[in-house]
Design a protein around this ligand. Sequence first.
Ligand code: AHM
Ligand code: MG
Length: 335
Amino acid sequence: MNPNRHLMTLDEFTIHQTRQFSNATGELSTLLRDIGLACKFINKQVNKAGLVDIIGSYGKENVQGEVQMKLDVFADNTLINVLKNSSDCAGIASEENEDFVAFDDDHSVHSKYVVLFDPLDGSSNIDVNASIGTIFCIYKRISPLGKPCTKEDFLQKGRNIMAAGYVIYGSSTMLVYATRLGVNGFTLEPSIGEFCLSHKDMKCPDNGKIYSINQGNSGKYDSKLLDFLNYCMEEDQASKRPYSHRYIGSMVADLHRTLIKGGLFMYPADSKNTNGKLRLLYECNPMSYIVEMAGGMGHTGKDSILDLAPEKLHQRVPIFIGSKNMVEKVLEFIK
Ligand code: AHM
Ligand code: MG
């Protein structure tokens, strides 16, 4: 690395942003730094996945009845440990654990923020070296300070999110995070171990040429959705169809592409899974927040994802997310 080249680190960037607000305390920046630190630990394990005994299943199922991979468990424990020791986190909820965890030490009960995360999304891709990711979002708690946080702090609408982001462990490792000020991407510079600003003010294009769905499930889809899939495959030069179909099976990777190139990612309800597969609190809310802050849209087919009032920690919802015009088009077909 050339030391003369100015690289803005994640820390420098968030501190710079904080200075724009006279009443900002810097707690959110500290939390983002702590999440970044946990993800660097996770990244190290992901990178050497083929070399050490970390590939494969852990031998247990998680709260959703899904087989836990060793890296799922490592990522979950790492995030919990780092956030427990963070000065600004009152508690966490994770896709891997049945209940939320309220940190009840003297310091944490006075912390303003709670963090929700999917520690390792797309974990069925671990064994084949395809991209996986960590997804997170941060809320200001609504329960009184001075006591442990409560479930209500975690069951807030996506619209209340203060910051959300993901880390993609791909051909390079990137942290993308969104606040109301916009969406920015930071690439991990391995020689100095810092996330450095590489994708400033990311915008999701209004249109795209790629649709992303597990089309193998077509036999269980509603006929209106099948009509839309046929529309995507139809030839029409004016609207640049047929669209290309791309599906990695790792939401972070599919949505990272969608955010940069435009497109539409769908995990719909089907006749077997009537609420779809993806979790509102750990996957759909944070990703919809990021995509909306970049100018795109996240929808269930009936409501905007961010307007849903969550009922339970592990609630699943259908999702149509990505370029604004493409989401609006699928809504025309399925509403
Ligand atoms: P996970 O959190 O257990 O990894 O599951 C979520 C993943 C998403 O990343 C991805 O979009 C989806 O599951 C793929 O599911 P399917 O294999 O049913 O297409
Ligand atoms: Mg997941």
